[in-house]
Design a protein around this ligand. Sequence first.
Ligand code: MG
Length: 386
Amino acid sequence: MKPVTIKDIKLHIVAMPLVELLKTSYGAESYKTAIIIEAVGEGGLTGWGETALKTKPSYGSETVLTAWHISRDFLIPKLLGKTLRSPTEVPRLLKSVRGNHHARAGVEAALWDLLAKANDMRLADYFAAHLPAGNEPRESVSVGVSIGIQDSLAAQLALIQKRLDEGYGRIKLKIEPGWDVELARAVRERFPDITLMLDANSAYTLSDAERLKQLDQFDLLMIEQPLAYDDIYEHSQLQPQLSTPICLDESIYSAHDWRVALRLGAGRILNLKPTRVGGYSESLEIYRLCQEAETPLWIGGMLETGIGRAANLSFAALPAVDLPSDISATNRYFDPDITEPPFELAPGSSIRLPAGPGIGVEVQRERLAEGEARWREYNPFKRGGI
Ligand code: MG
């Protein structure tokens, strides 16, 4: 594999209007914010990455501004001028920086794109080149759609119908106490055969076990992260009480966490968000673990722009990612996105892998600049220079 010397890494904070607000048990934000990372190698070759974070520490402990500070002042100085043979060397170079997984993941993602391009490979093939033979990517990725909490049951049912009509084959609904059993019952009455899953985003405690058990009757694919965002142990107390598989999301920050969760029986499925676990190197480690343990795996989303979406799609094309991933078509989120071409939903609730090298989509510089201008206007915590 061809090595690359890192000449420059630039950060662009953007604010993007969402086509529809996604309300979860964490609330809703008016813009999708992110840091777009531009890594430059020899000869001006450019790799793109994304740190998809909100302005508030609600999903995890990082925000778009903490990630900007950590990236600019701690991560980038450790990488400039280094020659990399593989992006899997990045975690070792950054190991003196603790935590801040989303920040690290964004910077690492730009280097995955840069090195894949330097080797004239699609990112999905480049990921597979870091795995044993037999992990060659599929050309199209099975995807589902996530639907936020609506104001009424009627609105919820109408939106599910709309998504089914668009061609999505797996529906995920956000729940919270008081918007769960009745919701699942109504959805199952209207749509008895759809592939359905629920995501609680940590809205329950172990004392809600009786209520959560009632969800078993609705033939759910899984229930995602019912208990605390930083808990593994209590999920291991809950899982044996449910027939529905628990899928862990918020509480798995590393391959180590997932190994612990598997040993304790805290969940049977993993929602892997590469950005949450610190990047694609750690994601490959978790991928191998799931393959060994024969644990179902899918890729979750953070409302990424086309940059993060393309990279996640490339990872989701790996064959052990065996459940539909939360990677929807572009028109579900942005109009327009900062990349071209848009991702479109193909028959069989799938999205095709882009053909070009690296992430396979082109960043539109003028839209990136518009996103940055919008951020400067929107930034709720104005600081000099950002
Ligand atoms: Mg989730």
